[in-house]
Design a protein around this ligand. Structure first.
Ligand code: NAD
Length: 347
């Protein structure tokens, strides 16, 4: 195990509070991480006149690892989403969102344990749209699916399944209707699957998937899909486990020159799924679970698995009791009390 240097974006709103809590919990879990604090978002605009200063990009480029708290994105005008810019700048092509029910977190289901790997750069989000006529009565958006883009995210999903001892990859598509674009993604998946005989593979139409995820979520293990379906299904998955507040995420790219999974050399950014929660910012009551579980993914990514497991166990234990859960989950603890409970449970 080697120490890792991580660019740390403490974010806007509740960001600084949940970041401080998470950094404390990682240290207590024995995570061997060194932090390089960097600026981004509304705070960076106030301090540097730029939501994404060059020094921040340079730090992430150097470290190839970032832990990021939520950043405020102005609606309508203002600057472009820093989150989207970061994903594009570092070509973070795989968005990985595990969804696992946690005892104590109110949810409709028990026993959900699945991971969605969403392609993050292509499809309808390639940004190619225009009005067809000058009166703007019709518009078209073009979905781009490439073999290369499909292959790298599907390979990532299989490699992830192998590394994490998962048994099955389900590829989700709409190739019955979108025969070329979605057909290409499906064909590529079938080819890649042949290289992983140890991992079960199947495919499913997206509408059937949405129904199955609600009726029998335990049927799924790793799901790999394109950008738009992944966007929708990963929020559906978060809903299955009690909402966005506890959901972690990773955005993974390849380091230049990396081949195949390239896991240890990949550029990766880990973040909670929720936003900056401006309504509770500065009150010391935010729930740091999403960022802590994202940090556990980061520790796994740098092969610090023991620390990752300790951190997850601490979070799970603290969430189990209303005494130590935060208010958003019906508990009575504030951020510091929750974090103390996470750390106590790891001892
Ligand atoms: P939000 O997730 O910030 O808040 C929605 C609700 O959930 C609020 O009531 C909030 O108090 C609560 N909540 C969220 N996280 C919580 C936590 N950790 N603990 C306790 N309660 C929590 O969503 P929003 O209000 O739509 O967005 C606010 C801002 O966040 C916007 O500027 C948006 O652009 C930004 N945002 C950023 C990211 C990101 O950086 N990845 C993601 C989503 C939204």
């Amino acid at each position: 195990m080697t120490r890792a240097m991580v660019s740390l974006i403490e974010g806007d709103g509740i960001g600084p509070e949940i970041t401080a809590a998470t950094v404390r919990a990682i240290a207590a879990a024995g995570g061997e991480l060194d932090w390089e604090p960097v600026d981004a978002g509304a705070g960076a605009v106030a301090r540097h006149g730029d939501p994404l200063p060059a020094a921040t990009l340079a730090s992430i480029q150097r470290n190839r690892l970032a832990l990021k708290a939520p950043l405020a994105t102005p609606s309508g005008g203002g600057y472009r989403s820093v989150n989207v810019t970061l994903r594009q700048h570092f070509d973070l092509y795989a968005n990985v969102r595990p969804a696992r029910t946690i005892p104590g977190v109110p949810s409709r289901f028990t026993g959900v344990d699945l991971v969605i790997v969403r392609e993050n750069t292509e499809d309808l989000y390639a940004g190619i749209e225009h009005y067809i006529d000058p009166r703007r009565t019709a518009a078209e958006s073009i979905a781009i699916i490439t073999r290369l883009g499909s292959e790298r995210v599907i390979v990532y999903a299989f490699e992830y399944a192998r590394r994490h001892g998962r048994r099955k990859v389900t590829l989700v598509h709409k190739a019955n209707i979108l025969k070329m674009s979605n057909g290409l993604f499906l064909d590529t998946g079938r080819e890649v699957a042949r290289r992983y005989p140890d991992i079960e593979f199947d495919d499913m139409i997206v509408d059937a998937t949405a129904m199955k995820m609600v009726v029998a979520p335990e049927r799924f293990d790793v799901i790999v899909t394109m950008n738009l379906f992944g966007d929708i299904l990963s929020d559906l998955a978060a809903g299955l486990i009690g909402g966005l507040g506890v959901a972690p995420a990773a955005n993974i790219g390849d380091a230049p020159g990396a081949t195949g999974d390239g896991a240890e050399r990949a550029c990766a950014m880990f973040e909670a799924v929720h936003g900056t929660a401006p309504d509770i910012a500065g009150k010391g009551i935010a729930n740091p679970t999403g960022l802590m579980l994202s940090a556990a993914m980061l520790l796994d990514h740098v092969e610090q698995r023991d620390a990752a497991a300790r951190l997850r166990a601490g979070v799970t234990a603290a969430l189990a009791s209303a005494e130590t859960r935060t208010g958003d989950l019906g508990g009575r603890a504030n951020t510091a009390q929750f974090t103390d409970a996470v750390i106590r449970a790891m001892r």
